[in-house]
Design a protein around this ligand. Structure first.
Ligand code: ATP
Length: 755
C-alpha cells in the first residue's frame, strides 16, 4: 500500500476524547476500513486506561504524525464543531478534502456541514454507528463489542440519562449478544479515582455553593490546581451523583485555562446551552467549555448570571398544588438520633404529634432543635411548625399540658411555657392561597417549605415530622444534613445577608460553635455585606442582642477573632480592634470560669459581661461610654461594666503588691467592682498576690454578713441617721480584719468605742 493511500482517510473525534469518541472512531473504522484513527490531543484517562488494558488492537495516531497534505477524506465522529478538532481543523477548510460527519449532538449554528452527514438523536454516537454496522451485516469481534458497549454505557450513564433512547438499549442488547463484556464496562465506569483526582474532588465538594434558581437546586463547585488533568468531567458527574441536586457546575482553573463542566438532570437546565455562552458545548445533560486567560471569580459571576437567564422555572415556582416539590431528603431518624433528647421531651413531642393528627394537621419540629438532634447535642428550645390553624392548635396544647400560653396573633405564632418552665415556640406555616387537603401522606406541604425557606442557613432549615404516622421523618429541602456532615454554614439564597444582616453574626456564631466553616460562596456574600455595611441598617438593639448572643457562646474567643478578621468588629466601633493581648485574655476566661464556678456556690453572674470586659479592656473610658450608649446596654449591664471607666489598671497594680494588706483595705478598694469584674481581673492577671487577695475577697469578704444591725445601734442609744453607716463600716472593717468574730464582740466593740 502506498503512503498516499495510507493517510488519505482519517477518522477523528473531538479533543479530550472520551469513551464514546473512541468507540465511535473504532465503529467508523468498520465502515471505512482504510482510514487511520487520530486523536486531536490527549484523550481522557478512561480512554487511556481502556487502550492500555483492553485496546492493544487499536492503533491511534497523534496529529503530528499525520502528513495533513495527504488527507483526502476526513471522517468526524461524535462532534460537529471544527474548533474541537485541534490542528485537524484546517482540513475542514481545505479544498479537496471530503468531510463525512457522524454525530448525536444537538444541532448548533457552529456545526460543520459535511459532504455526507449522518446525524441522529441518541444517547451516544456509537449507537447510531451500530445501526449502520447492523444494516450492513458487518461482523464484529467480542473485543470490539466490549468497546462499543463501553462507549454507549459511558455516554448514557449506564442507560439511565434522560437522553437515552430505545436505540441505545437495542444496540446494547445486540452488543451483549455479540459477546460484549460487561465486567470490563463496569471496571471502566467505576474506576477508582487517583489520589490527585480524590484531592480535586474534595476541593470541589468543599468549595460547593448551593443556590436555588427558578426553583431548582444548583451546585457550583470551584477549584484551582497547579497541574493539568484531563479527567475533570468525571468528578463533576460524581458530585452530581453524590449531592442529589438538579445540576452541578464545576469551574476548574488549571494553569492558564479554566474548564467549565456542567451536568444536569433536568431538561429545564440545558447545560449545553449554558456552556455555549462560554464558547463550549455538549448535550442537554452534560457539557463543557474551556476558557483562556480568564479569572475564576469573574467566570463564576458570569456563570451565575447566565444560569439566571437560561434556567427555566420549575413547576414548583408556579405554586400549583400538583407540583409540590419533594424535599431532597426524607429519611426517618433512627432511635439513636434521639439519644440526647430527654425521655420526657420525647414523650412530649410524640404527644404534640398525636394532638396534631387528631386535628388533621401536620406538625414538625424545626430549626436549631433538629440541627442539634442530628449533631447529638442537647437542645431544649422547641421550635414547632404547624401547617394550618396554629392558634386553635396552640390552645389545645396549652390545655393538654397545662401550659401558660401567649399568642401573637398577627404573626400566627404562640409561646407555651410548661409548668416545668420548658418553652415551646409554635409557628404556623404561612397560609396557602389554595386549599389543600390537610393530611396528604407523602407530600410535604409547601407551607412548611415556605417556612423553612425563610430560615437563615441550610443546617437550620430542616424539620422533623411529629405526626404519629411519620414520626421522625426528616425533611431537608436544602441539603442541611449534608452540610452538617461537611461542617458547612451555607445561606439559602444570595440576598440572605442583606435581607437580614443579623445572619452575619449568626453565621460566625454557628461556624465557631461547631468548628464549621462558611462555604466560600456564603463567605463571599458575607464579605460583600460587610463591605457595603449592611450591618449598620440594623437597629442598635438588634446589634447589641447579637453581640450578647455571640459573647454568650461557651467559648466566644474564636468567634470574636473571626469577627475581627472579617472586619465586622471595626464596623461596630472603630476602637474594637483585637490585639494579641485581648485575644489571650478572651481565651483565658473559660478556664477562670471552670476554676471559680464551683467555689462561687451558685452565685449568679453574666458570663458575656466578663467577655465584654475583656473586649473593652484596651479602650479608653470615653470609647466604652460611647459603646454603652450607642448600643443601649441596660443600666444593669452598664453598671457592671462601669468600673472600666475608672483607673482599674492602678487598682490591679495596688492589689498585686507583696506588702501585707488588711482584708478591709482590699474590700475597700474592690468596692463597686462587679462579680464579673472580679472574674475579669482573675483572668487578666497572673500575679499570685492579686489572685490570692481577689479569691479571699470573692469567697470570704464580699458577702460577709455584718455582725450587728440597726436595731443594735438603736438599743445602744444611737439616733438613726448617716452616722449608722459610719458605724457599720467601722464594725465591718474590724470584722473583716479578724478583730471581731461574734456578735457579742461586735456589741462590746461598739459600747467601748462610744463610751
Ligand atoms: P441557638 O442554639 O443559637 O439558639 P437556634 O438555631 O435555636 O440556635 P434561634 O435564634 O433560637 O437559634 O432560632 C431558631 C431557628 O429560627 C433557627 O434555627 C433558624 O431556623 C431560625 N432563625 C432564627 N433567626 C433567624 C434569622 N435571623 N433568619 C432566618 N432564620 C432565623
Amino acid at each position: 500500500m502506498s503512503e498516499i493511500q495510507e493517510f488519505s482517510e482519517l477518522i477523528v473525534s473531538h479533543s479530550n476524547a472520551d469513551m464514546d469518541s473512541l468507540a465511535a472512531m473504532a465503529a467508523a473504522n468498520k465502515l471505512y476500513p482504510a482510514a487511520k484513527l487520530v486523536f486531536p490531543d490527549s484523550p481522557d484517562s478512561s480512554v487511556q486506561e481502556f487502550i492500555t488494558l483492553h485496546g492493544g488492537w487499536l492503533h491511534i495516531y497523534q496529529t503530528k504524525e499525520i502528513p495533513l497534505e495527504k488527507v483526502k477524506k476526513l471522517i468526524i465522529v461524535d462532534t460537529r464543531e471544527a474548533r474541537r478538532l485541534g490542528d485537524l481543523r484546517e482540513l475542514t477548510e481545505k479544498q479537496g478534502v471530503e468531510i463525512h460527519v457522524y454525530d448525536h449532538h444537538p444541532t448548533t449554528y457552529r456545526d460543520i456541514v459535511g459532504d455526507y452527514n449522518y446525524i441522529k438523536q441518541a444517547g451516544s454516537t456509537t449507537t447510531i454507528l451500530m445501526e449502520l454496522i447492523r444494516e450492513k451485516n458487518l461482523p464484529i469481534a467480542t473485543y470490539e463489542a466490549t468497546l462499543f458497549l463501553t462507549g454507549i454505557y459511558v455516554d448514557t450513564g449506564s442507560l439511565s440519562f434522560p437522553t437515552t433512547t430505545p436505540a441505545d438499549l437495542n444496540a446494547a442488547a445486540w452488543l451483549l449478544e455479540k459477546g460484549g463484556d460487561l465486567k470490563i464496562v463496569s471496571d471502566i465506569l467505576n474506576r477508582p479515582l487517583s489520589p490527585l483526582q480524590r484531592d480535586l474532588l474534595k476541593e470541589l465538594i468543599l468549595s460547593g455553593s448551593f443556590s436555588q434558581i427558578e426553583g431548582h437546586e444548583i451546585l457550583i463547585t470551584k477549584a484551582s490546581i497547579p497541574y493539568y488533568t484531563s479527567d475533570v468531567s468525571l468528578l463533576t458527574q460524581r458530585i452530581l451523583d453524590l449531592e442529589k441536586v438538579h445540576a452541578v457546575f464545576s469551574l476548574i482553573q488549571m494553569q492558564k485555562k479554566i474548564f467549565l463542566i456542567g451536568r444536569s438532570t433536568l431538561s429545564a437546565i440545558d447545560v449545553s446551552e449554558i456552556c455555549e455562552e462560554f464558547g463550549g458545548g455538549g448535550h442537554q445533560t452534560a457539557a463543557s467549555a474551556s476558557l483562556k486567560g480568564e479569572n475564576l471569580e469573574k467566570v463564576e459571576e458570569k456563570l451565575i448570571h447566565v444560569l439566571k437567564q437560561k434556567i427555566k422555572p420549575s413547576l414548583m415556582t408556579q405554586n400549583t398544588p400538583q407540583n409540590l416539590q419533594k424535599p431532597i431528603l426524607t429519611v426517618t431518624l433512627k432511635i439513636e438520633d434521639w439519644r440526647k433528647v430527654p425521655e420526657e421531651i420525647l414523650k412530649l413531642l410524640k404527644k404534640t404529634g398525636e394532638i396534631a393528627a387528631e386535628q388533621n394537621l401536620n406538625l414538625f419540629a424545626a430549626g436549631g432543635f433538629v440541627r442539634d438532634l442530628l449533631l447529638g447535642i442537647k437542645n431544649l428550645d422547641l421550635d414547632l411548625v404547624v401547617e394550618g390553624d396554629s392558634i386553635s392548635f396552640s390552645k389545645k396544647l396549652a390545655e393538654t399540658f397545662n401550659a401558660h400560653l401567649k399568642i401573637h396573633e398577627p404573626f400566627k405564632t404562640a409561646v407555651l411555657i410548661l409548668p416545668d418552665r420548658l418553652r415551646i415556640d409554635l409557628a404556623a406555616a404561612r397560609a396557602e392561597s389554595y386549599a389543600r387537603p390537610a393530611a396528604l401522606p407523602e407530600v410535604v406541604g409547601t407551607t412548611l417549605k415556605q417556612d423553612l425557606t425563610r430560615r437563615d442557613f441550610t443546617i437550620n432549615a430542616m424539620a422533623v415530622k411529629l405526626n404519629p404516622n411519620d414520626f421522625g421523618k426528616l425533611i431537608d429541602f436544602f441539603g442541611g444534613q449534608r452540610d452538617l456532615q461537611h461542617g458547612m454554614i451555607r445561606v439559602l439564597h444570595n440576598s440572605s445577608f442583606s435581607d437580614d444582616p443579623t445572619r452575619i453574626f449568626r453565621a460566625v456564631r454557628y461556624e465557631q460553635r461547631y468548628g464549621f466553616r462558611m462555604d466560600p460562596h456564603t463567605e463571599k456574600l458575607l464579605k460583600e455585606g460587610v463591605q457595603s455595611k449592611v450591618i449598620l441598617k440594623l437597629s442598635s438593639d438588634r446589634i447589641r442582642n447579637e453581640m450578647i448572643l455571640l459573647l454568650s457562646e461557651k467559648n466566644p474567643a474564636p468567634a470574636i477573632q473571626r469577627m475581627g478578621k472579617l472586619k465586622i468588629l471595626q464596623l461596630l466601633h472603630p476602637s474594637l480592634k483585637l490585639s494579641g493581648t485581648t485575644l489571650q485574655l478572651l481565651e483565658q476566661i473559660p478556664e477562670t470560669f471552670t476554676h471559680y464556678t464551683e467555689k462561687l456556690q451558685g452565685e449568679k453572674f453574666d458570663p458575656w459581661i466578663v467577655y465584654a470586659l475583656a473586649l473593652f479592656s484596651e479602650l479608653t473610658s470615653s470609647e466604652i461610654e460611647e459603646l454603652l450608649i450607642k448600643y443601649r446596654f441596660t443600666l444593669k449591664a452598664s453598671q457592671k461594666v462601669g468600673f472600666m471607666k475608672t483607673n482599674w489598671h492602678l487598682l490591679i497594680h495596688e492589689l498585686s503588691h507583696s506588702d501585707p494588706m488588711e482584708p478591709s483595705e482590699i474590700s475597700k478598694k474592690m468596692q463597686g467592682i462587679s462579680l464579673e469584674g472580679i472574674l475579669f481581673f482573675m483572668a487578666y492577671s497572673k500575679n499570685p498576690f492579686l489572685k490570692e487577695r481577689l479569691e479571699q475577697y470573692l469567697l470570704k469578704y464580699k458577702n460577709a454578713k455584718l455582725l450587728i444591725s440597726g436595731e443594735d445601734l438603736k438599743k445602744i442609744g444611737l439616733k438613726p441617721g448617716p452616722v449608722y453607716r459610719e458605724w457599720f463600716e467601722k464594725v465591718k472593717k474590724e470584722q473583716l480584719d479578724g478583730n471581731l468574730q461574734t456578735r457579742e464582740q461586735a456589741l462590746e466593740f461598739l459600747r467601748r468605742s462610744l463610751s
